[in-house]
Design a protein around this ligand. Sequence first.
Ligand code: HEM
Ligand code: HEM
Length: 439
Amino acid sequence: MLLLTTLLLSLVSLIAAQSSNSSVFVYNGGDDTSFTFALQAVKSTGDLYFHMSGPSGNSWLAVGLGYKMEGALMLITYANSNNDGVTISPRYATGETEPVYQSNVTVDAMSTDPVSGYLTANGVCRGCVTWLNGGGIDLTSAAQPFIFAIGPPFPPLQSDSGSAGLTEHAFVGHFTMDMPAATVQSNGNVPQGPFTSSQSASTATNTETTYNPAPHIHGLVMGFVFIIILPLGSLILRVWNSVRYHIVAQCIGLVLFLMAVAGGCVASTMYNRSKNFNSAHQIIGLLVMVAFLTQLVLGVMHHRIYKREQRKTMRGWIHLYLGPTIILIGLVNGILGFNLAGETFVAIPYCILIVIVGVIYSCIRFFSWRRKRRAAKDPGATMGQSMPYGNVRPPAYREDSYRSAGEPFSSQDVPLAPYASTHSVAQVGMPAHEPRSMF
Ligand code: HEM
Ligand code: HEM
C-alpha cells in the first residue's frame, strides 16, 4: 500500500513537472544565501528561458552552465543603476578569475515586477544551448551540471553595464537539472513561480563559503605602513633623534610594503579591472616601490660617506625629501586603491584617519621643535631635561655646514650618522644617555 502511494505521488509530480516544462533549483540557505533558478530550454532555437532570484542584500547572483568556473557560460545579475530593475550580463570564465563579458551572446531581459528585497531576473539567453568553444547543454541529460554563485554584500553593485566590475563571490555551489523535463520543442517562456522547492533538479552540492583575503590584507598592510610605520620612523629620527631605530622602523616598513605589493599582484590577477596591471593605482604603486628601494639605497650610501667623511651629501639631501614624498604619494594611492576595488565609500574614513594621524604627527613635531628651540636659547635651564642629548654638543658637521653659529638647533638637523665616535664626551653631572652609535 505504502509502495503504491509512493509510486502514485512520484507519477503525479513527474506529470506536474513535465506539464510546466521547466526545471527549478531552489537553495534555501537563509537570508544571505538563498538562490532560485528556473529554466526552460527550446529545442528548435536553442534559447534558454530562465528566472533567477535571491535576496538583494547580495551584490550579484549568477548561474554558470557547466560543472566548474573554467569554460562555463555565466548569467550574472545585478541591480541596474537606478536600482529599479536588473542588468543581466552573459560572461565567460577561463578559470577561477572574474569572468569576461560576452557582447556576442544575446540576453533579453523579460518584463518583471521587481519584488522588494529581491534581485529578480527573468530573461532569455538566445541560442545558449550551444555556446563558445564547443561547450553546450545536453538536452537529453537527466543530470546536466550547473554552478551558482552569490556575490558579497559589500561593495554593493548597481550598473547598467554588462561588463561592470564584480567582487569575488561569498558563496558557491553546484547542482544538476533534468533537461528533458525542462525542454519544449518551440515557443518558450520564462518559467512562472512561485518557486518554493526544487523540481526536476538536484539539491545543492559542494556548497562553499568563499573569501579571498588578498585585496583586504594588501590594503590593510599598505595603510599600516603609510599611516603608522613610516611617519613613526620619521618621528623617531626627528623627535627622538635615533638614527638606528629610524632605520629599523623604515626597514620594517619596507619589508611589509614589499609583502603587500606581492598581495596586490595576487589580487591583480583576479579581476578584469586589474589583470593588465595598467590602472593608475598599480602603476603609481609600482613607482612608489622603486622610489622606496631607491630611498633605502640613498640612505645607506649617504650614511657610509658620512661615517667616513663627516659631511652632508646630495644623496642625503634627496633621501630627506624623497621620504615625505613617498609617504604622501602612497597615501593618495590608497584612495585610488579603494576606488579600483569599487570601495570608494571606505576612502572617507581612510582620509579622516590620515587627517587625525597628520594632526598628531604635526603636534609632536611642533612641540619637539619648540622644546629644542628653548633648549638652544637657554641651555642651562633645560640641560639634561628637554634635549635628548643633554649637554652633548651637536655633531661637528652641524656646526660647520648645516647650521651657522648661534642659529638654534633644528629638528631637521639630525644626521643619518653616528654621534658616538667623535662626540661622546664625558658628561659631568648629566643623566646617563646612551651614545648614539649607528650599528
Ligand atoms: C569576480 C568574479 C569571480 C572571481 C574572482 C572568482 C574566483 C574564484 C576562485 C578564486 C575560486 C576558488 C575558490 C576556492 O578554492 O576557495 C572560485 C571558485 C568557484 N567559483 Fe568563482 N569567481 C568569480 C565568479 C564566479 C561566478 C560568476 C560563478 C558562477 C556562476 C562562480 C562559481 C564558482 C564555483 C562554483 C566555484 C567552486 C569551484 C568550482 O567548482 O569551479 N565564480 N572562484
Ligand atoms: C603605494 C602603494 C600602494 C598602496 C598604498 C595601496 C593601497 C591599496 C588599498 C588601500 C586598496 C583597497 C583594498 C581593499 O579592497 O580593501 C588597494 C587595492 C588594490 N591594490 Fe593596492 N596599494 C599599493 C600598491 C599596489 C600595487 C603595487 C599593486 C599591484 C601592482 C596593487 C594592486 C591593487 C589591486 C589590484 C587592488 C584592488 C583589489 C580589488 O579589486 O579588490 N596595489 N590598494
